[in-house]
Design a protein around this ligand. Structure first.
Ligand code: PHE
Ligand code: ZN
Length: 885
């Protein structure tokens, strides 16, 4: 039963603010447990707001020391100020100055929101609602102010003092051991983009000259001694700055751009104006400590935060319901960047894998929500794969629908028209409606309806008439609060593949249902519940290649024959669909196996599938692509395909058997690839070299799965001699597949080699947490007592407990409920320290209803136990209640 009376915030209740804050002057005197903040706010009535309303400033756990209005002291004892609010019932109806002194304890701040300490630094995190933990404010994104920030600290404790904008003054404070710096940010911004850092940090510096000749001083601040580990991030930053100029015409606007890497951070990174703060995991890299995947993530996150300077900062969000306005768009932009830096085709596969692994289950479970939600209890819980990844997919779809040119024109319009404002999704969409001269009302349903649509396709070939008839239909299951849905606009990019002859020319006319179709680009728009289209002059029965490049975030149902799938794997001109055909084939096989295993039989075996993989392995010129083809859908993906009455153990057995069959049957080409792709010459993190390493390591893993003695020998040798973290952790992963004394020795030696490097030890935690054996939980529990583990650090929590809950399907879902109990206990303990991270961890339960009944019952009782625990944070309460609803 609910004990609190929290009311959701609703989009339909949005009102412009009645007051504005034009200018903010902050004076922050950093001290470990008693930091003094003086905020001088220039406030005025909003001419567009309602007159004569009270001024209510937000606070969160604040202690006010002194408040003056136009220089006159207000009586703190009169009750107008509480830790969570400052209310002036009848504020002046003219501009006035409110000066507020608060005192903070950054050392006691374990939520990592507001001002806190991390390593040798003080830092802030204000998105979404952390600024109100620093001072009283109109903490909403549509209140834009110009900030000046004076920071003062002990020289010895914080030689580096940073904030947004440009530095305008600095100096010693005479007669003391303290110094100060003053920063001024000329661009009006919402308070969630405010940041300051004071610390004893090492740094590297560089310069970027923008296309109009502005010289920008770049700095990356890291823990002392880690400077050399930041060079790749600096390189990625410069490439991002150049790319945004050429790809989107966006130039940087300040004289300084700084990045600070911290070890305690709730999320990936934060785009504060001119002062990005990063989880150090997305900054620090060296060949011996970071994998190729880490390098790719660093490049993507650096780009993402930098791109926010225009999509997020210059144009921000009117309210938090519009979060995808900045996040979906910025993810779209960082995907484009990474695609340009790397292989577009392989990158697309990786992005879709992520979408399916993270967003599809969200959309299919109790936590499903719109890309633009219409209500929330706790905004922190909406930094989700739906807002980010599906938000990016919608924009990609828009580009597919209206074409590159209209898309580029629409983006330009958006930047031109909304620069300096707090905008909405409607504002954004209106630019493309204008540039494409097209009504996008129906398209906007993608923002307002949750759930993954299913597109079912059937086909009939008539050899006499030489026609190929496709029937497409769309449907959407109910999601929380949305029992029925209106049809979406779904771009279906397709081709008809005639065996080794490749793509047929598509011919269909108005009379064939092809109006509004761009057959040149092979794009059909499905805008109604069903649609039929008849292709003419089709000489042979083709294999349809549907949703090329994953042209829409939907699930597809079509009854391809096995020979269709083999044809597509071998001959589709769209490499995404070559990969997809292999995944579809694998999924089909795995679903059959799961049923067989549950019925007490043996997993299915299909030589045609293995042969398809063999062809790719032996003929593909792109190792990164081959590695993707050889990687089966994950256990959670298979579970999602099954959808109900899921037995994770049967899935594990089926997948393991198929991997063993691949490793065994393809041992010759895999061994050949392993030998051929050996790294020669100096290390390079580029996509080509990373692609070779990835195929080599996928081959190694499969060989070990197939119990090929040579594979096991190679894994041990690679582990002993690896010169990169990519190869070292891959070998350790391969060796960890089965229980053995060698595995334990290898794990121990990995720890000894890397003790003290927290980010590397995180990999060691995660790898052990994901061992799919009954002993895993005991191992994880034991590791929570390891000196390198700490519940106070989000990266540690995610690596050990998060990896167990999200990455160990059989053990988290152990039928005795032990995995659920462990995670529930961890959530409850963590909730007292850091509710945001606790709530995220709890979301691992999101697919509980699709489990078979025993596990479902266990998961439900763990969730009920959490729900019934006293003193839950709003964050955890929100997730647990939605999960059980
Ligand atoms: N806005 C950040 C990003 O996507 C994410 C973030 C949200 C970071 C909330 C911290 C807190 O780039
Ligand atoms: Zn972002």
């Amino acid at each position: 039963m609910r004990t609190d009376t929290a009311e959701p915030v609703r989009l339909k209740d949005y009102r412009v603010p009645d007051h504005l804050i034009d200018k903010v002057d902050l004076d922050v005197k950093l001290r470990a447990t008693a930091t003094q903040v003086t905020a001088r706010l220039s406030i005025k009535p909003n001419p567009k707001g309602r007159p004569d309303t009270p001024l209510v400033l937000d606070g969160d756990g604040l202690a006010a020391r002194r408040i003056t209005l136009d220089g006159v002291d207000l009586d703190l004892a009169s009750g107008f100020v509480t830790p969570s609010q400052l209310t002036l019932t009848s504020p002046p109806q003219r501009p006035f100055i409110l000066e507020i002194e608060t005192e903070l304890d950054p050392t006691a701040n374990t939520r990592l929101m507001g001002l806190y300490r991390t390593g040798h630094a003080y830092c802030t995190q204000c998105e979404a609602e952390g600024f109100r933990r620093i001072t009283y404010f109109l903490d909403r994104p549509d209140v834009l102010s110009v900030y000046t920030t004076r920071i003062e600290a002990e020289v010895s404790e914080a030689p580096a003092l940073l904030s947004n904008g440009n530095k305008i003054a600095e100096g010693k404070i005479d007669g003391t051991s303290r110094h100060f710096a003053v920063w001024s940010d000329p661009f009006p911004k919402p308070c969630y983009l405010f940041a300051l850092v004071g610390g004893d940090l090492g740094s590297i510096h560089d310069e970027f000259v923008t296309r109009s000749g502005r010289r920008v001083a770049l700095g990356i601040y890291v823990e002392h001694g880690k400077e050399a580990f930041a060079t790749y991030a600096m390189d990625a930053l410069k490439r991002s700055m150049a790319w945004d100029e050429t790809a989107f015409g966006r130039e940087y606007d300040l004289d300084v751009f700084n990045i600070v890497a911290v070890s305690d951070f709730n999320m990936g990174a934060m785009e504060n104006k001119g002062l990005n703060v990063f989880n150090d995991k997305y900054v620090l890299a060296s060949p011996a400590t970071a994998t190729d995947a880490d390098y790719a993530h660093i490049e993507a996150v650096i780009a993402h935060e930098y791109f926010h300077n225009w999509t997020g900062n210059r144009i921000t969000c009117r309210d938090w319901f519009q979060l995808c306005l900045k996040e979906g768009l910025t993810v779209f932009r960082d995907h484009e960047f990474s695609s340009d830096m790397r292989s577009r085709a392989v990158h697309r596969i990786a992005d879709v894998r992520t979408l399916r692994a993270q967003q599809f289950p969200e959309d299919a479970g109790p936590l499903a929500h719109n890309v633009r939600p219409d209500a929330y209890l706790e905004i922190n819980n909406f930094y989700t794969a739906t807002i980010y990844e599906k938000g990016a997919e919608i924009i990609r779809m828009l580009k597919v629908l209206i074409g590159d040119e209209a898309f580029a024109k629409g983006m330009d319009l958006y930047f031109e028209r909304f620069d300096g404002t707090a905008a909405t999704i409607e504002d954004f969409i209106s630019c493309f409606a204008e540039s494409a001269q097209r009504d996008l009302t129906q398209f906007s349903r993608w923002y307002n309806q949750s759930g993954t649509p299913l597109v079912s396709v059937t086909a009939v070939y008539d050899p006499a008439a030489r026609t190929f008839t496709l029937d497409l239909s769309q449907s959407s299951k109910p999601t929380p609060g949305q029992p029925t849905k209106e049809p979406f606009v779904i771009p279906v990019e397709l081709g008809l593949v005639a065996g080794e002859h490749g793509d047929l020319k598509l011919r269909a006319g108005e009379e064939d249902g092809a109006s509004g179709v761009e057959l040149g680009r092979g794009i059909i728009e499905l805008t109604t519940p069903r649609r039929r289209i008849v292709f003419r002059d089709v000489p042979v029965r083709p294999s349809p290649s549907l949703f090329r490049g994953f042209s829409a975030p939907v699930r597809v149902e079509y009854d391809w024959s096995e020979s269709d799938l083999v044809t597509l794997v071998a001959h589709d001109s769209d490499s995404f669909n070559r990969w997809q055909a292999a995944q579809t084939f694998a999924t089909r096989l795995l679903l059959r196996s799961v049923e067989a295993v549950r019925a007490g039989g043996a997993p299915a075996y299909e030589p045609n599938f293995i042969d398809a993989l063999r062809i790719v392995t032996e003929t593909s010129a792109d190792p990164a692509f081959t590695a993707q083809v050889l990687t089966l859908p994950g256990e959670a993906d298979i579970a999602r395909e099954i959808g109900q009455d899921v037995d994770p153990d049967a899935i594990h057995v089926a997948r393991k058997a198929l991997r063993a069959a691949i490793g065994h049957d393809l041992s010759q080409p895999l061994l050949a690839a392993y030998a051929r792709l050996e790294d020669k010459g100096p290390y390079s993190p580029d996509a080509a070299a990373a692609g070779r390493r990835s195929l080599r390591n996928v081959a190694l893993d499969l060989l070990v799965s197939g119990e090929i003695p040579e594979g096991v020998r190679l894994a041990a040798a690679q582990f002993a001699s690896a010169s990169t973290m990519t190869d070292e952790i891959a070998a350790l992963g391969a060796l960890s597949q089965a229980a053995s004394a060698e595995r334990e020795t290898a794990l121990e030696s990995f720890y000894q080699n890397h003790a003290g490097d927290a980010l590397v030890i995180d990999k060691w935690f995660a790898l052990q947490a994901m061992i799919a054996e009954p002993g895993a939980l005991a191992r994880v529990k034991k590791l929570t007592a390891h000196p390198a583990f700490s519940l106070a650090n989000p990266n540690r929590v995610r690596s050990l407990i998060g990896a167990f809950a999200a990455g160990n399907q059989t053990q988290f879902n152990a039928p005795d409920g032990s995995g659920y109990d462990f995670v529930a206990d961890a959530v409850l303990e963590l909730d007292r320290k850091n509710p945001q991270v606790a709530a995220r961890l709890l979301a691992a339960f999101r697919s509980w209803r699709s489990l078979e009944s025993v596990r479902r019952g266990q998961a439900e009782s763990a969730l009920r136990r959490v729900a019934g625990s006293p003193g839950l944070s709003p964050d955890v309460r929100d997730i647990v209640e939605r999960s059980l609803a």
